[in-house]
Design a protein around this ligand. Structure first.
Ligand SMILES: C[S@@+](CC[C@H](N)C(=O)[O-])C[C@H]1O[C@@H](n2cnc3c(N)ncnc32)[C@H](O)[C@@H]1O
Length: 312
């Protein structure tokens, strides 16, 4: 299908000026190829198929990517129940690749098959920068933390401690590695393998102790108890509990991968939650996706809300 390789070539060309180590190269509907995504992680690129129709066209996709993208190319095809098939389609793809984002070093695992991801999400780049710039002087709480990218960014920004919370055990070791890559002594930080909803309920009761919080639940997931969490049903509660746990002058990134939830809905959840817990919001803004994300439509160019509390 010559048309497909041209579409992919066009997608690569329109991003020629974007130089981030972790960046999106092909963005599904944003490049008129729904269900086809390509991300670059430093020295490798990863093709993700969320639609079986692309399976027969891998050669065209690779042709379209051409020599301008890293030689190491891995293909991941999503299956049911969060698993995926992974194949190397070109060059050498190591199990681990260290990338750098504004000086923060992060371990990416491009061959990781589970749905939670390769370790760093390009669409949360702005959120990491926001938290890093505000993390100095207090602890950082990273909920649904995955590989701990936001915790590492907060540590580089001067967070005194990172509390990493993810129910997946493998994420604890991964996050410790990411902190160590940035000069931290992992034992000075906390790696909590538990239900983030439970941990946050306790944090709300304890009151304001965190300088920064990153709260980024998946669209839906089974909790350790076996109950299903649907993010859109809990975002307001999460906003309230996070605000209760934030210090005056603290900052939070509240996001969700459910694209049917736009930034305005999340910002409204923050406004009403702030009223409930008596917190004064100084600034509230959408968490924007970078120029590498080209999809259009209601929630397409935003991913969440960035909150800065007033100092009182
Ligand atoms: C999409 S990732 C979040 C990305 C991450 N916030 C980042 O900045 O890179 C979702 C993560 O949430 C975790 N997770 C899902 N449900 C959870 C729960 N109830 N408690 C704790 N972790 C959970 C998964 O294990 C997974 O690592």
């Amino acid at each position: 299908m010559a048309g497909l390789s041209q579409q992919v070539r066009r997608a690569v060309k329109r991003r020629a000026g974007i130089v981030h180590d972790v960046r999106r190269l092909v963005d599904g509907t944003g490049d008129d190829v729904p269900g086809l995504f390509v991300d670059v992680y430093g020295e490798v690129a990863r093709i993700e198929l969320h639609d079986v129709r692309w399976r027969a066209s891998i050669r065209d996709i690779v042709t379209g990517l051409g020599p301008a993208v890293p030689e190491g190319l891995v293909l991941l095809e999503r299956k049911k129940r969060g698993q995926a098939d992974v194949d190397i389609v070109r060059g050498h793809v190591p199990r681990g690749v260290v990338v750098t984002e504004s000086g923060v070093r992060l371990l990416v695992r491009p061959r990781e098959a589970d749905a939670a991801g390769a370790g760093v999400f390009a669409d949360l780049r702005e959120g990491r920068a926001f938290l890093r710039a505000r993390a100095r002087g207090g602890p950082h709480l990273n909920l649904f933390a995955h590989a701990g990218a936001s915790g590492a960014a907060a540590f580089v920004g001067g967070a005194t401690r990172v509390d990493h919370v993810d129910m997946s055990k493998k994420c604890a070791g991964w996050a410790a590695t990411n902190l160590a890559l940035n000069g931290a002594f992992p034992r000075a930080h906390r790696f909590i393998v538990d239900d983030a909803l439970k941990v946050l309920r306790r944090a709300e009761k304890r009151g304001p102790v965190y300088q920064t919080i990153c709260c980024d639940p998946p669209t839906t997931a089974l909790r350790p108890s076996g109950q299903r969490m649907v993010a859109r049903d809990v975002m307001h509660t999460l906003a309230r509990q996070c605000l209760a746990a934030l210090l005056p002058g603290g900052a939070m990134s509240l996001s969700c991968n459910d694209r049917s939830l736009d930034a305005e809905t999340l910002m409204e959840a923050v406004r009403s939650a702030a009223d409930e817990v008596g917190r004064a919001v100084k600034t509230l803004a959408p968490l924007r996706l970078g120029p590498d994300f080209t999809a259009t439509g209601a929630a397409a160019n935003t991913r969440g809300a960035l909150v800065q509390l007033a100092r009182r």
